[in-house]
Design a protein. Sequence first.
Length: 260
Amino acid sequence: MLLAIDIDNKFTKFGIFNFDQMLDSFSIVTDKNRSIEETKLTIKLILLDKKINLSDIDDIIISSVVPELSIRYEEISQKITNKKPILISSGVKTGLNIKCESPKEVGSDRIIRAVAASKTYDGDIIVISASSITTVDYINSKKEFLGGLILPGIDLFEDSLHRQSAKLPQVEIKKSDKFLGNNTISSIQSGIYYGYQNAVLGIVNNIVDQYELKKSNTVILTTGVHSDLLINSKFDIKKDTTLGLNGLKYIYELNKNNLK
Ligand SMILES: Nc1ncnc2c1ncn2[C@@H]1O[C@H](COP(=O)(O)OP(=O)(O)O)[C@@H](O)[C@H]1O
Ligand SMILES: CC(C)(COP(=O)(O)O)[C@@H](O)C(=O)NCCC(=O)O
């Protein structure tokens, strides 16, 4: 079996694949303070709960945007499979042409999502990751990753208001029914919800306009905890929470023969 690990800033996602099928997935909070043994035990216990033994794992592939954790997870992988894992880095084949000034600088989480998206869909693709840090990337019909935008997620909007003011409380992030708030809490909730949604959908709109994308030939995908806040009648946005893990699976297929 293959264990795919997607280490992002807030959550680390795991997917267990048996050939092409994802058998199960789970996530843990990304925590730089956890030791190697603790992390390995956590993975072992969660897998056992899913009736999977660590010894069933033959190969591991990792994407990490947290450099301190890459080394630790490489070590954990070596302990589990007795071989080096595939770590998404510049020498790894992705099947995607990354048209950026310095391709190795692009977050591997953005790459794996783009790989899954372009493997699943033809035409022009916009991939949104609606996490604490939000990214919007554009992949054209020639499978070229043309770059994207990085902006604060809705929880950073919310947190910055609270931190930078004396009187603004922390609020629950949720869809607002009313546009104009009539008290402090509902005003903040409306501000961050409509502000975030308009920012992201505005960016999508700008990409569509600038690259003259046709609706019939364009797929817009979203992943990440805040995806539901973006579902709106203006665009047909498809939610796909498995993009990152599936991207890792595709990249594994392209690179598995190079495993030592
Ligand atoms: N409290 C939690 N503990 C563990 N996993 C969570 C929790 N909340 C959400 N997740 C998982 O994390 C995924 C979302 O992560 P994402 O928004 O991509 O985060 P990141 O900021 O790390 O990119 C969710 O789809 C869910 O599976
Ligand atoms: C933009 C990101 C912080 C998003 O991280 P995430 O929210 O998925 O944890 C990550 O992709 C990253 O560290 N990128 C490096 C810079 C770049 O992509 O150009």
